[in-house]
Design a protein around this ligand. Structure first.
Ligand SMILES: NC(=O)C1=CN([C@@H]2O[C@H](COP(=O)(O)OP(=O)(O)OC[C@H]3O[C@@H](n4cnc5c(N)ncnc54)[C@H](OP(=O)(O)O)[C@@H]3O)[C@@H](O)[C@H]2O)C=CC1
Ligand SMILES: O=C(O)C1=N[C@H](C(=O)O)C[C@H](O)C1
Length: 251
């Protein structure tokens, strides 16, 4: 039985994880953490700070806010290296370096998208970028609900990072184009955000060439999708040693 501390337990993803874990027999939530503790967590104790959690646990799942990263890493280290499944997006470059450094001594699972489909799309996009080379311009479009704080989405950046890693030469990310009055450079990857309504999460990678366009797209149809990925990652991470893990470990 994997014992989970759930950070962000009263948020939207906290709701889906709480529901999913209550239906599974291989894991349980032993404590929640949220600034905004509410009745949603009736089935487990909830605290406003991770430092208040005294319940023994095997893994931490985080869907909260970048400001909780350092407290989670410190708590996990103090408790002897509890694995952390980090699903929050919007980390700065310094925070990404912080979690990468921590993974040298702690088990860290980090993915900006917990769906298997997006992680397949990542591989397909890398393959397309290698085959198409600089003959095709790459643009990424992401669409999310009107409650999302960070832009562009973590997934859009994850896709861009993967594409940049297989391209020749330097890549510049071009966020929207409203401030630009010049032609597009070959070295750019354009990244564009749309926010509205209850859109769960849509991502498109557009390869635009001479007289032809290839589009890879993924549409998340329920946040439950991400909850399933995160809980599977938590069960997988229980008992794991130091390292930086991602969704490729689950396929
Ligand atoms: N990797 C993935 O597949 C996915 C990642 N996400 C990411 O997960 C994160 C959460 O998403 P979502 O559930 O929709 O967001 P919500 O805003 O609905 O939930 C976040 C919760 O965390 C709380 N919180 C914020 N800061 C802290 C803090 N310092 N300590 C404790 N609790 C805190 C919030 O409280 P309050 O409201 O009071 O601020 C809120 O209850 C986002 O970064 C999102 O992008 C989401 C879906 C999938
Ligand atoms: O905030 C969300 O909702 C989501 N965030 C992640 C992101 O920023 O990519 C993953 C998913 O698209 C939903």
């Amino acid at each position: 039985m994997t014992r989970i501390i759930l950070c962000g337990c009263c948020g939207k993803m906290g709701h889906f994880i709480t529901q999913l874990v209550s239906e599974r027999t291989d894991c349980e939530i032993v404590a929640g953490v949220d600034l905004n503790v509410n009745a949603q967590t009736a089935s487990y104790p909830a605290y406003t700070s991770i430092d208040q959690v005294a319940e023994a646990a095997d893994v931490i799942i985080d869907f909260s806010h970048p400001s909780l990263l350092t407290p989670i890493l410190h708590y996990a280290a103090e408790k002897g290296g509890i694995p952390a499944v980090l699903c929050t997006t919007g980390y700065t470059a310094e925070q990404t370096a912080e979690l990468t450094k921590a993974s040298e001594t702690q088990p860290i699972f980090y993915s900006r998208n917990m769906s298997l489909g997006i992680n397949l799309m990542l591989e397909l996009a890398k393959k397309a970028a290698k085959v198409l080379g600089d003959q095709f311009d790459i643009e990424i479009v992401e669409k999310h609900h009107n409650q999302k704080i960070d832009a562009p989405s973590g997934t859009a950046l994850m896709l861009a990072d993967a594409l940049a890693s297989v391209r020749d030469g330097e890549t510049q990310y071009m966020y929207d184009r409203h401030a630009q009055r010049k032609k597009r450079e070959k070295s750019e990857i354009g990244i564009h955000s749309v926010r509205g309504g209850t859109i769960v999460g849509e991502h498109e990678v557009i390869f635009a060439g001479n007289n032809e366009v290839i589009t890879l797209s993924h549409s998340a149809q329920s946040k439950e999708l991400f909850a399933v990925g995160a809980v599977n990652a938590a069960v997988f991470m229980s008992g794991k040693g130091p390292g930086l893990y991602d969704m490729s470990a689950l396929v």
